[in-house]
Design a protein around this ligand. Structure first.
Ligand code: CP
Length: 323
């Protein structure tokens, strides 16, 4: 494990596989009556979310507490940022308080990377602009590995042979980039589907095929990964109307009937129900959306433990709790 987690590309198939295997141990811890181990006692994790979040921030904070780390929550709106303090001074101030990890979300790509120059703490990218969201990709891999009963395989090949269709606002999506890298690293074939205006201008570096034909793509999919329409990142009208978007690119009840038996549907959340996914599909047996959220805690425990515990093994990670 590198000293920071900024991109899925930092891990490679072996690194992703090791984190998934470690997350299995923390899933076992989370099932205990008291889901807590002393693995990171004495360490402090700061969550620094400059952009809004429900899942990722709460999941990291829960993960840190289950490992017995202390948690400090930095809230930009009520901080001295509102008095004009710079990002660098903010980071150096939090660093001086003695934290071992900074979990950072920011609307600008590259901010977590920049922060590594201003702190001795491990920095975890919790989503930066349109760039990457590596822990989302890890929890998505973990969810698919479980859903397709691949947990007993070599973890670095655990998605071998699966066809994943990622559909929606790919252009503005950090999740699409991280997931494409992670899914293909573990052996899946990935097709991205979007209207022409919501495709990235270049697919260089994306290990995927691309199409605008959703109905054709989903017929051969094992997994349909639905992206949120990200109105807050659109600077111009890129779809004629939401009704037209839903009709051509949404996972509606009618379109879901094209899916083959056993296919599953994922969404990173938050969902725009009735726009990119209908409620009937989101709440159906084929939807893994709440499982994604649950697995986020185990995966983030694995990330924090790997970054902060040095060379300690799994036995140390899960020992000492009450269960
Ligand atoms: N999936 C995701 O990043 O959700 P939040 O924005 O709620 O953290």
């Amino acid at each position: 494990m590198p000293s920071h987690l900024l991109s899925i590309a930092d891990l490679g198939p072996q690194g992703i596989g090791e984190l998934l295997r470690l997350a299995d141990s923390f899933t076992e811890v989370s099932a205990r009556a008291i889901p807590k181990v002393p693995a990171l006692r004495g360490k402090t994790v700061a969550t620094m979310f400059f952009e809004s979040s429900t899942r990722t921030r709460l999941s990291f904070e829960t993960a840190a507490r289950r490992l017995s780390a202390d948690v400090v929550t930095f809230a930009p709106a009520t901080s001295s940022i509102s008095k004009g303090e710079s990002l660098r001074d903010t980071v150096e101030t939090i660093d001086a308080m003695g934290v071992q990890a900074m979990v950072v979300r920011h609307s600008s790509a590259g901010v977590p990377q920049r922060i590594t120059a201003w702190t001795g703490a491990s920095v975890v990218n919790a989503g930066d602009g349109w760039h990457e969201h590596p822990t989302q990709a890890l929890l998505d891999c973990y969810t698919l590995r479980e859903a397709f009963a691949r947990a007993d395989r070599d973890p670095s090949r655990s998605l071998d042979g699966l066809h994943v269709v990622i559909v929606g606002d790919v252009k503005h999506s950090r999740v699409a980039r991280s997931d494409s890298l992670a899914f293909t690293a573990l052996g899946a074939e990935v097709t991205i589907v979007a209207p022409p205006t919501l495709m990235p201008p270049s697919l260089e570096g994306w290990p995927v095929s691309a199409t605008h034909d959703l109905d054709a793509a989903i017929k051969s999919a094992d997994v349909v990964y639905v992206l949120r329409i990200q109105a807050e990142r659109m600077r111009e009208a890129l779809v004629p109307t939401m009704r037209e978007y839903t009709s051509c690119w949404g996972i509606t009840s009618e379109r879901a009937r094209l899916l083959r038996k056993g296919a599953v549907v994922l969404h990173p959340g938050p969902m725009n129900r009735g726009v990119e996914i209908c409620a009937e599909v989101a709440d159906s047996a084929s939807s893994l959306i709440t499982r994604q959220v649950r697995h986020g805690i185990s995966v983030r425990m694995a990330v924090l433990f790997s970054l902060l515990s040095g060379a300690e093994g799994v036995a140390v990670a899960t020992a000492g709790g009450e269960g």
